[in-house]
Design a protein around this ligand. Sequence first.
Ligand SMILES: [Fe+2]
Length: 356
Amino acid sequence: MAVATAKKPENGKTDRKHNIEAMRQDYYERLAKHDMSPLWKVMGALVPNEPATRCAPVVWHYDDVKSLVMESGGLITAEEATRRVLILTNPALQGESRVTNTLFAGIQMIMPGEIAPAHRHVSSAIRFVLDGEGAYTAVEGEKAFMSPGDFVITGNWAPHDHGNPSNKPMLWLDVLDAPAINFFETSFAEDFPTPTQETTRQNGDSLSFYASGVLPDGTEVKDRTPVINYTYTRTRPIIERMLQAGDIDKRHGARVRYANPVTGGPVLPTMGAFLAMLPKGFRGEPYRSTDGTIFVCAEGQGTTDVDGQVLEWGPNDVFVVPSWKRYVHTAAKQSVLFSISDRPAQEALGIWREGK
Ligand SMILES: [Fe+2]
């Protein structure tokens, strides 16, 4: 009997606890019937103390990517596919066609003689050229011929088509802000009746004009750059001179930001890009920021340690550092890294942060 007496209050507590849990459960079920739910059950997930990325760090090695993309050349034409692109899917976001939470990435190929027909969409797109020479992107009446390392832009609603009059396949990385546009449910797109657009300006006109230090009198200020192609032949020597002058950021190397020459701001309101040269033997200081970032190795060889996971990279490899993951770049050879993220969108909203 002594045992039973000792247990009684505890049983009473258990019963009370059981009762309140049952009452709460009943309450939650009744709430759900009215499309309501208690905040206190989800507070931590809704307002985490620091960014809780859904993305994984990941690298795609170009040897694998190139052979798989080349295989698609025999299976579907660029015109049939509209765009012959293999999507780089973040392995933590299977089936979502995104490489970071806000950005799409894919590898596009255009074979000799092919045309990828004219269309336009609200999603802004950039290309970073990996392989080939002499294919073009036509944007708003201007053709930009492309070479490896070139950074090509088609802004929100700008008509664009691609063609390859060369005798070699051309491959590039496509990055679009489509997941962000779809988050806002603001996507529109349309095809054009003809596969190519009329060109009204000289080839490469926008770069020679806007990279010259003068602007058209009365330039209209847009939220995106008027330059279509930031060529590697112009940008690479700049970071090389920075490196030689010792102008090397301890985290990022000798790095420049691609800018809208009219405003000095980012090239697009939704995406911003950088080009960095890392000296041989570089070991960066740890860095993290809230913009999940896509990197491309344009030259060299090295590793990026992302929260203890080591990504090894060489020419044309693409890798991803998720939001707020601490990373360190190491370069075994002198290397060039292109990078792109949604940083301008975060900065415009006042939510971008960086740290060690
Ligand atoms: Fe497009």
